[in-house]
Design a protein around this ligand. Structure first.
Ligand SMILES: [Zn+2]
Length: 193
């Protein structure tokens, strides 16, 4: 099962490094509103579902703020660790729902196995069935993957596609999350303060 990977704390570190690189690329761009310089305004999040011993730095949500007086726009660089305001790590949600679809395990068993409430898992299923396929995030990147990946087969169809092309399952998930992050967050510009 893919969810076996959730015991691997180095995976969380690798995802952190990717987010850090992406955030640094965004920091070097000018503010899209006023052209001013961007500065880091990071904060800590407390996602759930990681193994013991994951480094504290992995919990940092990179965030940028325009330094020009009177603008101060905040920009969230894309992330492959966090998905919107969801409480669990993106990778946790992705592999649990993929296992649910691939292995034909029911929500009740999955809930017991991971000590996550059935309601929470059911909400994730609904998210991938009803919300994600029509989200701008998916619309932006949809054209870059095979038409064989159907909206009804998300997310396992996409994850399995990466698993078939990469040498290790770890690399597959990292690439898949990196791909998914490309459609995320960039358009969410929140005025700070
Ligand atoms: Zn600005």
């Amino acid at each position: 099962m893919l969810s076996e990977l959730l015991k691997n704390k180095s995976l969380f570190n690798q995802l952190y490094i990717i987010d850090k690189e992406i955030a640094e690329q965004y920091r070097q761009m000018p503010c899209s509103y006023c052209g001013g310089p961007l500065y880091f305004a990071n904060y800590f999040r407390k996602p759930r579902g990681e193994p013991d011993g994951v480094d504290e730095k992995c919990f940092i949500r990179f965030s940028l703020c325009c330094g020009k007086e009177g603008c101060r726009h905040r920009i969230m660089p894309p992330s492959c660790r966090f998905i919107g305001q969801k409480v669990y790590w993106y990778i946790v949600i992705l592999v649990i729902i993929s296992d649910l679809q691939n292995e034909k395990i029911n929500i009740f068993k999955m809930s017991k196995l991971f000590n996550i409430s059935r309601n929470t898992i059911a909400r994730w299923v609904n998210f991938f069935q009803d919300i994600f396929p029509s989200s701008s995030q998916w619309q932006i990147i949809r054209g870059r993957v095979s038409a064989l990946i159907t909206n009804t087969g998300l997310p396992s169809g996409l994850v399995n596609c990466y698993v078939n092309f990469k040498s290790t399952v770890e690399d597959s998930l990292i690439s898949c999350l990196k791909f998914l992050s490309q459609g995320s967050d960039f358009h969410q510009k929140i005025r700070a303060g």
